[in-house]
Ligand binder design. Structure first.
Ligand code: FES
Length: 68
């Protein structure tokens, strides 16, 4: 589903950006140009970001120990 019509950004684009390290809407704007034209999509972009972050947190494996 499209999140930002002005820049053809989809939920999948946001999910991919999150997997690559995006953690804020401003970061998504830098990477994907989401919310950089009319700005009507900013709230939905934030919702999509939070959803993608939730998915990421649930699927990542955390290290059990860190070497020092
Ligand atoms: S819909 Fe995203 S900037 Fe216009």
């Amino acid at each position: 589903m499209y999140v930002c019509i002005c820049n053809n950004v989809t939920e999948r684009d946001i999910e991919q950006a999150v997997r690559e390290g995006a953690r804020t809407v401003d970061c998504l704007a830098d990477r994907l140009a989401v919310s950089t034209c009319c700005g009507q999509c900013r709230c939905y972009a934030e919702e999509s970001l939070q959803s993608a972050l939730g998915t990421l947190d649930g699927s990542e494996e955390l290290p059990l120990a860190v070497a020092v």
